[in-house]
Write a protein that binds this ligand. Structure first.
Ligand code: HEC
Length: 238
């Protein structure tokens, strides 16, 4: 009995030791073993665990909120400070209180202004994919839902990983028309040079610079790892 108790105790200690570890010791990427012990994840939020993403569902946290933050919540537009025309589009509650109607994708002020092409103003309209995602989320009932981030840290590429991540979280404020902080993140040349100088990682971990995406929650941990893995591999254009 005593031996059994001791082995359970030792197992628990080992288990706690593994999961309290701040860094994954190694990550395999493109068949190379990369030492990630120097990666600091202390600024990252605790990952949401235990809710697998259902491919048929649209998730507010990872798919809808980034569209609003990146395309509508720039300074002088609909962020918490400027809230133009009374619209603050930075959280579930503030978005829902401004005329989005569950199950009715073509009604409500927000969807009307998007579908009319009135918002976002100028040439920075949403992509058809983004509009389709919004419509599907509304058809599914506008849930304030989230799931574990989908990351593939073993196969990180620019076209499959980094560019779509920038498109979701960053490009609305960093494109050819809107270059917040003088920065574009819709071109490989710009994204790669920022990655290689560590500015990209610093910005998503608030390491000496304001946290990006500005005015929003941080991107998921595993995406920060994907940026680091891509950078360590010299930010290839693959
Ligand atoms: C809502 C708009 C907005 C979004 C979304 C956004 N940014 Fe920014 N970003 C800014 C603004 C504004 C600045 C200028 C600095 C400031 O005002 O904080 C900036 C500055 C930066 C800088 C320069 C930081 C410095 O001071 O050297 C980097 C790098 C950056 N952003 C990366 C990103 C990345 C990566 C994402 C996506 C994960 C992102 N941004 C999303 C608005 C945004």
């Amino acid at each position: 009995m005593k031996v059994k108790l001791i082995s359970v105790f030792v197992f628990c200690l080992l288990f706690a030791g593994i999961f309290s570890c701040k860094h994954y010791p190694f990550l395999v990427t493109n068949d190379h073993l990369i030492d990630t012990s120097s990666i600091d994840t202390s600024h990252n939020p605790p990952p949401v665990v235990g809710i697998p993403c259902d491919p048929d569902s649209v998730y507010f946290d990872s798919q809808i909120l980034p569209i609003f933050v990146s395309n509508c919540a720039q300074s002088n537009c609909h962020n918490a400070t400027s809230h133009k025309d009374g619209y603050t589009l930075t959280s579930y509650l503030t978005i829902m209180s401004h005329g989005i109607h569950a199950f009715q994708p073509t009604s409500g002020n927000i969807m009307n202004s998007i579908l009319d092409g009135e918002m976002p103003p100028g040439s920075a309209s949403l992509t058809t994919d983004q509009i389709a995602l919004l419509e599907l989320w509304i058809q599914q009932g506008c849930h304030n839902n989230h799931c574990d981030a989908l990351c593939d840290t073993t196969n990180v590429t620019y076209s499959g990983t980094i560019a779509p991540m920038m498109q979701t979280y960053c490009n609305g404020c960093h494109n050819s028309n809107v270059q917040s902080g003088g920065i574009r993140l819709d071109l490989y040349s710009k994204v790669s040079s920022l990655a290689l100088s560590d500015s990209l990682t610093n910005s998503v971990t608030a390491n000496g610079v304001p946290l990006m995406p500005k005015g929003s929650q941080p991107i998921p941990n595993c995406m920060i790892d994907e940026i680091r893995i891509w950078k360590i591999a010299w930010a290839p254009n693959n």
